[in-house]
Design a protein. Structure first.
Length: 81
């Protein structure tokens, strides 16, 4: 595990200390969990942004519609058997 040193505003450090004490967690563990959650949120936001962009792309939507048409035809074929 690597060591990381950073400066925080006093107000944020005070809040971190209080919450870590209340949760009975070391500050570094609380920071680690908070950072993991934040980075996951950023990743999800990036996915949402890419899906939105894909939804606005005419070519991507045409391919998706073709795929959906083929899927629905396959479903109908299996229901008719």
């Amino acid at each position: 595990m690597a060591t990381f040193t950073s400066s925080l505003p006093d107000q944020l450090l005070d809040k971190l200390s209080t919450i870590a004490k209340d949760l009975k967690l070391p500050k570094n563990r609380l920071i680690e969990k908070a950072l993991e959650l934040y980075l996951d949120q950023l990743e999800r936001a990036q996915y949402a942004k890419s899906y939105k962009a894909a939804g606005e792309d005419v070519e991507v939507m045409a391919v998706a519609e073709e795929g959906m048409k083929a899927y629905l035809m396959a479903v109908a074929d299996t229901e008719n058997q």
